[in-house]
Design a protein around this ligand. Structure first.
Ligand SMILES: Cc1cc2nc3c(=O)[nH]c(=O)nc-3n(C[C@H](O)[C@H](O)[C@H](O)COP(=O)(O)O)c2cc1C
Length: 335
């Protein structure tokens, strides 16, 4: 239904406009999803317990789609087992000038350089106070105008404000679209950042899982550092991966646009990163696998490489909400 009828229409328009259009469609006419889409699968066998939380199924929505926590209920109704909101920053910011989102149709991919456009953490907190029917991850970052030396404060502000209203946290230091952000992945600043957050977390009556989201462009040595840092700071796990700066083997016209590449061309590398982290750490911590999942088989590949849960973004745009259904159905058949 989505691929044959809806996508061809949506893909005729500017990707960012389509994003807001489908948002308002889902928000204002939620019954459309019920009419046109398969009923989400609910089955005890799909439930997963990971870092102390119970997920109704292992298929989540990756960060960046519902940055401002405006749609988590409607997205949960499509069948997602969890929804990650953000990346949120302490102050609202516009992000980069448009045009900043590009389809690479022939490659089943997207390049984005959104630059953490979001309405700020306070507005999201208000929305998250509403009743909700799904586990929510709070993905946090720093404002563009905040220097890297002061970044810890931005993450702490977001952490403290979101603490009462999210179920787990994701520290995003891997977006390629905020200048120098990825330098925070280096051993010293990262240990300091995660150590600070984990210290605050440990003082809470009931600490919440903190995860680190990493880039697919890290070397093996850097990945080994990540394993050490996760163990040392005792954070709950890793999300692998964010978008890539690589442009290998692309054929679409938009391939030279600046920004992070997501979708099919990212699948192999992100699975490699998951496998590397899982094997080299001796499965010491859970991994959420994300990057280029466009079919149920892609999802299973990530799970078999060591992921405990998976997330979708670009595959959701290209394949539609049926992809969530397909993955859960395949998981029930297979296991
Ligand atoms: C338009 C767009 C915006 C994104 N924004 C964010 C973001 O704000 N924070 C974040 O951690 N990841 C963000 N991502 C990265 C995704 O969460 C995901 O890690 C990446 O796209 C790889 O998954 P995919 O191939 O399924 O899209 C964004 C991705 C896209 C395509």
């Amino acid at each position: 239904m989505y691929k044959s009828f809806i996508r061809p229409i949506l893909f005729k328009f500017d990707p960012e406009e389509v994003h807001y259009f489908t948002f308002s469609l889902l928000k204002n006419f939620p019954f459309l999803a019920k009419i046109f889409l398969p009923k989400p699968i609910e089955d005890k066998r799909l439930e997963r317990e990971v870092f102390g939380l119970k997920f109704k199924n292992p298929v989540g929505l990756a960060a960046g789609f519902d940055k401002d926590a405006k749609m988590f209920s409607e997205l949960s109704d499509l069948g997602f087992g969890f929804v990650e909101i953000g990346t949120l920053t302490p102050k609202p910011q516009d992000g980069n000038p448009k045009k900043r989102l590009f389809r690479l149709k022939e490659d089943s991919a997207i390049i984005n350089r959104m630059g953490f456009n979001n309405g700020g953490v306070d507005a999201a907190v208000e929305r998250l106070k509403a009743n909700r029917n799904v586990l929510i991850g709070g993905n946090i970052g720093k404002n563009k105008i905040t220097a890297n030396e002061d970044a810890v404060n931005d993450y702490i502000i977001c952490f403290e404000k979101l603490f009462p209203v999210v179920d787990y946290f994701v520290v995003n230091v891997s977006s390629p679209n905020t200048p120098n952000l990825r330098e925070l992945q280096d051993k010293e600043p990262l240990t300091k950042l995660l150590g600070n957050l984990q210290h605050l977390n440990s003082q809470k009556e009931k600490p919440k899982p903190i995860l680190l989201k990493i880039a697919p462009d890290l070397s093996d040595d850097q990945l080994l550092d990540i394993i050490d840092i996760v163990k040392e700071t005792k954070i709950a796990g890793v999300i692998a991966t964010n978008t890539t700066l690589s442009r290998d083997n692309l054929i679409s016209e938009n391939r030279q646009e600046a920004g992070g590449l997501s979708g099919k061309p990212l699948a192999k590398r992100s699975t490699e990163v998951i496998r590397f982290l899982s094997e080299k750490s001796g499965k010491a911590f859970p991994i959420i696998g994300v990057g280029g999942i466009h079919t149920a088989e892609d999802a299973i590949e990530k799970l078999e490489a060591g992921a405990s849960l998976i997330q979708l973004y670009t595959g959701f745009i290209y394949e539609g909400p049926e992809l969530i259904h397909d993955i859960n159905k395949k998981l029930l058949e297979k296991y």
